[in-house]
Write a protein that binds this ligand. Structure first.
Ligand SMILES: [Zn+2]
Length: 402
């Protein structure tokens, strides 16, 4: 049967996957677990039984028995609650509360300046997160924080944050980000844990987006590349449903790939001729300014292209072709099932269609035959959902962590 086609999963990893499904609320029964993982119900029952015996899971469902076996739901003891998720950009942060089941219950945005440094920014973020959680509590009819688990609200179980720079995930700190004074090496994870009293995960924004998009599209594929094209360009990779960070945590960083069309143009990385210098929002701003246009930020470029301004449209299409050229090599090498396009530039039709045609023309037919190239499914919420998934993984008890 097709549902058993998935490769056999080793027991520790299987228990971990079961735990995450149950703790996140995406599966509540053995049947739902078996369907979600595509493995035999008997295998699931065996593992669940062991997890019940060790107290990692418990059964609920006090409903009266109607003769047969009463349906019992699985849950993680003490897990009633929600996750705080944050996506920090250069000039604003988007925040959300993820409820049990992975649904974004509510979101908000706050203006900030990442160049102010970590402590002012994180103080703003935690204040806003507490306020957001407060609104959720009153909606759900929950009592004051600390009054115990309510039916739906519960308490904050963890916080996940995505940051716009290279992240050392183990140290939970940024690693030499450009234009972010004070952030390099600052332990964002510990700061958040001290401030909020719950576990924290820290991730790079392109990776967070990639995880969100990977699980957010209705037609699922196990191998995906997600590209974030905004004022800079980033990409994240999932292999076999797991984020691939690479040996140094920099996997997917295609923005500094040198391409002939970029010539000798100096790049923010200190090199010359990088993709970023011809295909990013910052590059489009520079190119338009060179032609006398009064533009200051990527948002100005978006306005011009949406108004069908011919020069901006042509430059944007060319930028898409350059990015598509680099993605051809990525697709040929990695053979993904889908390439998802996010970030502000990916809301522009000329940019997306240029990428699409470049990949379909340039990559090998075996790679493109079943390849899906699709715009972001989650838009501005992709990072929040993605960092929430990573947080769910991080909340797995040490006994199951593998
Ligand atoms: Zn560069």
């Amino acid at each position: 049967m097709a549902q058993f086609a998935r490769p056999r999963v080793a027991a520790p990893r299987l228990e971990r996957e079961i735990f995450v499904l149950v703790s996140s609320g995406r599966a509540r029964s053995r049947k739902e677990i078996a369907e979600s993982l595509g493995i035999a119900p008997s295998t699931v029952s065996q593992r669940v039984q062991a997890m019940l015996a060790s107290g990692v899971l418990e059964e609920t469902g006090e409903g009266a028995s109607s003769g047969g076996r009463r349906p019992r739901a699985l849950r993680v003891p003490g897990s009633t609650g929600y996750l705080g998720v944050v996506d920090v950009g250069g000039t604003h942060a988007r925040l959300g509360i993820l409820r049990h089941g992975g649904e974004l219950a509510t979101t908000t945005e706050v203006a900030l300046a990442i160049a102010d440094g970590p402590e002012p920014v994180l103080t703003q973020v935690t204040t806003a997160l507490r306020e957001l959680a407060g609104t959720l509590g009153s909606e759900a009819g929950a009592g004051a924080p600390g009054s115990g688990a309510s039916a739906d609200g519960g308490r904050l179980l963890g916080v996940g944050i995505s940051l716009p720079g290279p992240v050392d995930v183990a140290r939970r700190a940024l690693d030499s980000p450009s234009r972010m004074p004070g952030w390099s090496g600052f332990d964002v994870g510990s700061w958040l844990e001290d401030a909020l009293g719950v576990p924290a995960v820290v991730e790079n924004d392109a990776n967070a987006m990639a995880v969100g998009e990977h699980f957010g599209h209705p037609r699922r594929t196990r191998h995906t590349v997600s590209v974030k094209a905004g004022s800079a360009i980033g990409a994240g990779i999932l292999v076999d449903d797991r984020l691939h960070r690479g040996a140094g945590g920099a996997a997917g960083d295609i923005t500094h790939t040198r391409i002939p069309a970029a010539g000798d143009t100096p790049c923010s990385c200190g090199n010359r001729g990088c993709l970023e210098t011809v295909a990013s929002g910052a590059a489009l701003v520079r190119l338009l300014r060179e032609q006398g246009y009064d533009v200051a930020a990527t948002a100005d470029v978006l306005d011009l292209v949406r108004d069908a301004e011919p020069v901006a449209t042509t430059l944007t299409r060319t930028a898409g072709r350059h990015l598509g050229e680099v993605l051809c090599a990525v697709v040929n090498f990695f053979n993904p099932g889908a390439v998802y396009l996010g970030g502000a530039l990916s809301t522009l039709e000329p940019f997306v269609s240029a990428i699409r045609s470049q990949i379909y023309e340039g990559a090998h037919p075996l790679m493109t035959r079943d390849l899906v190239i699709a715009p972001s499914a989650l838009g501005a919420d992709a990072n929040l959902v993605g960092v929430g998934r990573l947080l769910e993984d991080a909340l797995v008890p040490h006994a199951l962590a593998g």
